[in-house]
Design a protein around this ligand. Structure first.
Ligand code: PMP
Length: 377
């Protein structure tokens, strides 16, 4: 098997799974119980949370554990709207967000909020001048993902954060699901950050919302005590500890992985661009972990299944938006509808091996010519 869909999800790392199992079996107490088992579990929870906070550059009490980035995104978009609606009902985002940001935005629009979409430049990056024009007295939230999941396009979130410092009544949310563990981004000028552990070899079912200490937020899930008052439920200690481990390991390897993945991405791009029907949807603002291409005159799912026959796994759009015919993210980047309706995503990781990519290229060539023959018959 050749797995090239790491941006959809990653396999759990053995060490991470081992820590999950050990904690699940050995630290059985509820961290909020008063007895010794509870106290031991609480100590472990605090230790893991401090480790995550130190790595990411935030405070431990700013971390809210969730079930994943979808919940974190819902929590921040709806929570800010509920908490600050008296201040304003205007929100700004982009056409490049994940469905878990669009979904709550659409919901809020139906409830009377105004959602504006900031334009992008020729590279697909947020147009800062347009953002300035859109910002109003009643803007309560700007939500922009650091890296787009389909194209790998990186947004200038540090610059946007700097600009938004002039608007103290407006919060800045960054969905970092596709950047944590791949590139370093300072959280200094950002109010809210979302991510999921399964994108960096952690377990599925856990994510975080980082919320700066001074900000209050209306919870989505009310109930009993957890790790913070913002999301109720018994703390999922095995998931929390395993996330700290996954984050520590991926952060230690970040630079080395970046170099390796850059080399692989360049090699793939150089080979694939030689095919007359292939358009490379990758520019120098895209992270190397994601290579988006369009194979023209062939349905993306036809290429996906042809490669699947060879036990090679890539993706059409992102797993959460596949099913729609045109990729909004590729459209923003290429500005061409036919290119945006033929895109496939190849996503790499530090686990990718050069031999796998050589084999992928051989099989891609076979599929390309087979599909070409079918087209012309
Ligand atoms: N945001 C982005 C940018 C993503 O890529 C994803 C996962 N594809 C999500 C949010 C949602 O993450 P999850 O499915 O883990 O909730």
């Amino acid at each position: 098997m050749i797995y090239l869909d790491y941006s959809a999800t990653t396999p759990v790392r053995k060490e991470v799974l081992d820590s999950f199992v050990a904690v699940a079996q050995e630290k059985i107490g509820n961290p909020n119980s008063l007895h010794r088992l509870g106290v031991e579990a609480k100590q472990l929870e605090l230790q893991a949370t401090k480790q995550i906070a130190d790595i990411l550059g935030c405070k431990p009490n700013e971390i809210i554990y969730t079930s994943g980035a979808t919940e974190s995104n819902n929590m921040v978009v709806k929570g800010v709207a509920l908490q600050y609606q008296n201040r304003g009902k205007h929100i700004i985002t982009t056409q490049l967000e994940h469905s878990s940001v669009y979904g709550p935005m659409d919901y809020l629009q139906k409830k009377g909020f105004t959602i504006d979409y900031v334009k992008t430049d020729t590279f697909g990056r947020v147009d800062l001048e347009h953002l300035k024009q859109l910002l109003r007295e009643d803007t309560i939230l700007v939500s922009i993902a650091s890296v787009n999941s389909e194209t790998g396009l990186r947004q200038p979130v540090e610059e946007i954060g700097k600009l938004l410092q002039q608007y103290p009544k407006c919060f800045f949310h960054v969905d970092m699901t596709q950047s944590i563990g791949k590139i370093f981004i300072s959280l200094e000028k950002i109010d809210f950050v979302s991510f999921s552990a399964h994108k960096f070899y952690g377990m599925k079912g856990i994510g975080c919302l980082i919320k700066k200490e001074h900000i209050s937020l209306e919870p989505l899930i009310h109930g009993g005590k957890s790790t913070t008052p913002f999301r109720a439920g018994t703390p999922a200690l095995p998931l929390i500890v395993s996330t700290a481990k996954a984050l520590r390991l991926i952060t230690e390897e970040l630079d080395e992985n970046f170099k390796k993945v850059t080399k692989y991405c360049t090699m793939l791009e150089d080979k694939l661009k030689q095919y007359p029907n292939v358009v490379i949807n990758h520019n120098h603002f895209c992270i190397p972990h994601i290579l988006n291409i369009s194979v023209m005159h062939t349905k993306p799912e036809t290429m996906l299944h042809a490669l699947e026959e060879k036990d090679i796994y890539i993706s059409t759009q992102s797993a959460c938006s596949s099913g729609t015919t045109i990729s909004r993210a590729v459209l923003e980047l290429s500005k061409k509808e036919d290119v945006a309706s033929h895109s496939i995503r190849i996503s790499l990781s530090g686990f990718t091996k050069e031999e796998e990519l050589q084999e992928f290229l051989i099989q891609f060539d076979t599929c390309y010519h087979q599909l070409d023959l079918e087209r012309n018959s």
